[in-house]
Design a protein around this ligand. Structure first.
Ligand code: XMP
Length: 517
């Protein structure tokens, strides 16, 4: 079995980053909420080491969360972070107190003694930057522990029990503001836990294929393709596992970008030989939206029709036992609440929500353990072109939410597609594509007067949007140079009939959103 680290989540905002750091160092890891970890899970998972995350509760409260005691009876190394450190101390016989000296943000720790997790990173006598976020702190050490680093607000900033291989820190090593944090975690997982760091995407792929085969048997699987990376990788991976037991259904709503629908069909049908149903439903989608201009009305109309068309196509091919979909890890992690048990916040980005129950299908979700950038690596491992797996995100309702405030027509979709293609082509040419999270054109419901040649024009305004972001939750507008924007503007006005003015959107998120609708 591959080496694996179990992360027990106490509800910190940054628990996902612990998993990221561990995986980046080549070790498989999973996050499980503290109240879902039982003895059976611990035995089945058989971790090489356990990490206890931070969290918003206070160990001093009655009924505050605890790690299962079995964690400390399994003879595996344990690493506690912030709340994880405090509950570890309390559970092993130490004491936690509420401190007047809270620390939030950047702080410095003094390295007092040598320690296994400091190897090659921090030396005794040094002063090192960390990121703290705590009110409580350890007041009395559990037996067997020694203090190896201190800070002004946390006299027990890092503690160690070398014999048991338990280490615990008050700060957050998983965030980038602790500059050596990733190395400290690596020392724990590699040196203390003895993990080899050989978890690769190739290994993941083989395991995923075996798992799909085992789950599906000789059942039939259907997969909705959207043209996006997640559904495409899901489809190719599933096809490698079970071949033509898989049929892909591409419901083409007609709101795709220039050349996109053709690319999806060509790639899946011709290059991968995956059975593909391509349903061109663009007329139906246009009439479902009708003259609506309200963004929510449009989104709901598109979502509803999507399910209906998908279901129709699924029935035509004789139904399926399983629905494969590209759910990612951030969509499935349960966020932990301390009042009414776990509050399950599962974002469903997928357009086929509700279908599995309606059609009595089970779910195949081979990406549910991966982060977005890991999916991209897996995509390349499966032979998908870099230009495809590295594509910017594209919203489910497509261009229908990029023609705001006006009825959508075939003509306007056409104008927008051309402007958008020129903009993206120039971004590619300038080598900026990978530095930008998302870039696109928006067709505004305004016409302005212009002059071209000797004639008067009265055409649409197009807005250009480009943002940087790490997760789409917050975003900053992209700082193009003026030359670049001038060049794109000229090309759009010269080459796209129907647009005579171009503006750039300088709004960040918040207060704006990335899309205009
Ligand atoms: P906003 O506009 O909310 O967008 O700042 C954040 C990210 O989500 C994408 N987005 C969607 N993705 N279905 C999707 O799959 C949707 O309905 C949808 N709406 C917005 C948006 O493109 C950006 O990347």
């Amino acid at each position: 079995m591959t080496d694996r680290i179990l992360i027990i989540d106490f509800g910190s905002q940054v628990t996902q980053l612990i998993a990221r750091r561990v995986r980046e160092s080549g070790i498989y890891s999973e996050i499980v909420p503290f109240n879902s970890v039982d003895d059976a899970l611990l035995e089945n998972f058989a971790p090489n080491g356990v990490i206890l995350s931070g969290g918003p509760a206070s160990v001093t409260w009655e009924e505050s969360p605890r790690a299962p005691q079995k964690v400390f009876e399994m003879d595996v190394p344990v690493f506690g972070i912030c709340y994880g450190q405090q509950t570890m101390m309390e559970q092993l016989g130490g004491k936690v107190e509420t401190s007047d000296h809270r620390e939030f943000g950047r702080a410095y720790v003094d390295i007092q003694e040598d320690c296994e997790i400091f190897q090659g990173v921090w030396a005794t006598g040094g002063k090192e930057q960390v990121w703290m976020s705590h009110g409580d702190r350890v007041g009395k050490l559990a037996p067997g522990f020694r203090v190896v680093a201190t800070s002004e607000g946390a006299p027990y900033a890092v503690v160690a029990n070398d014999e048991k291989r338990y280490y615990a820190v008050q700060f957050h090593p998983e965030v980038v503001h602790t500059p050596h944090g990733a190395e400290l975690l690596r020392n724990f997982t590699h040196n203390v836990c003895g993990c080899k760091g050989d978890w690769t995407m190739a290994a993941f792929k083989d395991q995923a294929i075996a798992k799909i085969r085992e789950q599906v048997g000789d059942g039939k699987v259907i997969c909705g393709l959207s043209g996006g990376v997640d559904s495409s990788v899901t489809a190719v991976l599933t096809h490698e596992a079970i071949g033509d037991q898989l049929t892909c259904v591409f419901v083409d709503h007609g709101f795709m970008r220039q050349g996109e629908a053709e690319q999806v069909v060509d790639m899946f049908r011709n290059q991968y030989n995956i059975p593909l149903v391509h349903r061109d439903a663009s007329d139906e989608f246009l009439s479902a939206i009708g003259d609506s201009v309200d963004p929510e009305v449009k989104r709901k109309a598109i979502g509803k029709l999507f399910i209906e068309v998908f279901e129709e196509e699924a029935k035509k091919i004789g139904g399926a036992d399983f629905l494969a979909q590209g759910t990612l890890y951030p969509d499935v992690i349960e966020s932990v609440s301390f009042t009414g048990g776990p509050s399950v916040t599962i974002k469903s980005h997928h357009n086929v929500g509700g279908l599995p129950e309606r059609m009595n299908m089970k779910l195949v979700e081979p990406l549910r353990e991966l982060f977005k950038d890991e999916v991209r690596v897996l995509g390349e491992e499966l032979g998908l072109p870099h230009s495809f797996v590295g594509r910017h995100p594209f919203p489910g309702p497509g261009l229908a939410i990029r023609i705001p405030g006006q009825p959508i027509t075939v003509e306007k979709l056409d104008i927008l597609r051309k402007a958008d293609a020129i903009y993206l082509e120039e971004i590619q040419k300038a080598g900026l594509y990978d530095a930008i999270w998302q870039a696109f054109a928006v067709l505004l419901p305004v016409r302005t007067v212009g002059v071209m040649g000797d004639g008067r024009t009265y055409d649409y305004v197009c807005a250009l949007r480009a943002v940087t972001s790490t997760d789409g939750m917050t975003a900053d507008f992209y700082h193009f140079d003026h030359e670049f924007l001038g060049r794109v503007t000229n090309r759009i006005i010269n080459e796209v009939n129907g647009i005579n003015r171009v503006v750039y959107d300088y709004t960040s998120k918040p207060p704006g959103t990335i899309e205009w609708e």
